[in-house]
Design a binder for this molecule. Structure first.
Ligand code: AMP
Ligand code: GLY
Length: 429
């Protein structure tokens, strides 16, 4: 099978790494890819948000399956164009990807199917939004309705903060994504992520994870795309998983089918867990980054069979082979991230790193330049380990991270602290 993966981050390196191991994978192409992916696949430079360019490329390269990594091509309708041209595609239609692209759409779907989530209201005018804040008080959550690259959410602890976020968002800070806003009830609890493959009919859970969104140790400082993650997430007990499937995932999929926009791909549910029950925070319609790194490390080669079955509507025929293992990933980012970073700094020491089924340095934002590996963005590498325990997975991941010689980079030393650190000082490795 010839496979094309769209994207060039750590998530796509992890997908490529798992897919490459499956004997059914013949040619593997990743667009645009990165310096790490180039070691295991052909990298191609195409505009992955252009439905026409991607379809033409897939036709010219006799591609059998297209796996879409990030959300932008989904919102641009790339999966629709590919399906229309007859390709097997892993990734929802533009209409179904609204579950990530519009917060108010998701809230309407939740209301229609009774899925538990925070109470909400949508506004396009600051005055009525401010009145809502005055009536409901703080804490309260202010969200840009549209796709804002993970940055459009303010958890306001005071009314003044909420009002500032309302003015900022409706004032254009997130462009068109903030032309309307959603105000939400603040939910307390512990967050976890739940990943379910869907083919329009069948829903197959493939794993749980928890990530660390804040840039600093002890979960401090500004939000990022994710500084590390681990899988499984112990807070998502089998009983809560059953509740989530029964009350959130299956009703959502049924509602999407009822609307004639069935969901195909991976549904990534962000959950808030309190008192033994989960409520939905949000959906993403793709794998998380860096959550994919830990999921792929645990699934290995079978990831291709599962993804292929999802794309072809055959999920009812497959099962996940679960291993009783743990994975942990630590993101190495350029100094300054999530703010402005210096690009082009050299990373040394990558060549000598071990690579096994239990330790891989995934590349997230690297470029090759005459044999040197340079940093090409904010999040640059994801040191990933697997083990019989989370502590063992963490030791493997941190051994990789420590072995890299990159003075212009940094990483958090406390990934997994909720599980590992009760007996340890925050910030120690
Ligand atoms: P989102 O982009 O919707 O996932 O929001 C980003 C982060 O904001 C989430 O991961 C939560 O930590 C937080 N958040 C979002 N909505 C709520 C809510 N209703 N209550 C509490 N925290 C929230
Ligand atoms: N790590 C969060 C995300 O991919 O949305």
């Amino acid at each position: 099978m010839n496979i094309l993966i769209l994207g060039g981050g750590g998530r796509e390196h992890a997908l490529a790494w798992a897919i490459r191991q499956n004997p059914k994978c013949d040619r593997l192409i990743v667009a645009p890819g990165n310096a790490g992916i180039a070691g295991i696949a052909r990298c191609a430079s195409i505009d992955i948000c252009s439905p026409g360019d991607v379809t033409e490329f897939a036709e010219a390269n006799a591609v059998d399956l297209v796996v879409i990594g990030p959300e932008a091509p989904l919102a641009a309708g790339v999966s629709d164009a590919l399906r229309e041209a007859g390709f097997a595609v892993f990734g929802p239609s533009r209409a179904a990807a609204m579950l990530e692209a519009s917060k108010s759409f998701t809230k309407e779907v939740c209301d229609a199917c009774g899925a538990p989530t925070a109470a909400w209201a949508r506004f396009t005018e600051a005055e009525s939004a401010r009145a809502h804040v005055a009536a409901h008080g703080a804490p309260i959550v202010v969200k840009a309705d549209g796709l804002a690259a993970g940055k459009g959410v303010t958890v306001a602890m005071t009314e003044a903060e909420a009002v500032a976020a309302i003015d900022d968002t409706l004032g254009g800070s997130f462009g068109a994504a903030g032309a309307s806003i959603v105000l939400e009830e603040f939910m307390a609890g512990e967050e976890a992520s739940f990943f379910v493959l869907c083919d329009g009919e069948t829903a197959l859970p493939i794993g749980t994870a928890q990530d660390h969104k804040r840039v600093g140790e002890g979960d401090s400082g500004p939000n990022t795309g994710g500084m590390g993650a681990y899988s499984p997430a112990p807070v998502l007990t089998p009983a809560i998983e059953r509740q989530v499937m029964a009350e959130i995932i299956r009703p959502t999929l049924a509602e999407m089918s009822r609307r004639s926009t069935p969901f195909q791909g991976v549904l990534y549910a962000g959950l808030m867990i309190a008192d033994g029950r989960a409520r939905l925070v949000e959906y993403n319609t793709r794998f998380g980054d860096p959550e994919a790194q830990v999921l792929m490390m645990r699934l290995g080669a079978q990831a291709l069979d599962l993804i292929h079955a999802s794309a072809e509507g055959r999920l009812a025929e497959v099962a996940v082979q679960w291993a009783d293992d743990h994975a942990l990933t630590v993101v190495l980012a350029a100094r300054g991230y999530p703010g402005a970073v210096e690009k082009g700094t050299e990373i040394r020491g990558l060549d000598g790193l071990p690579e096994t089924s239990s330790e891989v340095m995934f590349h997230a934002g690297t470029v090759e330049d005459g044999g040197r590996i340079l940093a090409g963005g904010g999040r640059v590498l994801a040191a990933t380990g697997r083990g019989a325990t989370l502590a063992e997975a963490g030791r493997r991941a941190y051994a990789l991270a420590e072995a890299v010689d990159w003075p212009e980079g940094f990483f958090r030393r406390d990934i997994g602290w909720r599980q590992l650190a009760p007996h340890r000082t925050k910030g120690e490795t």
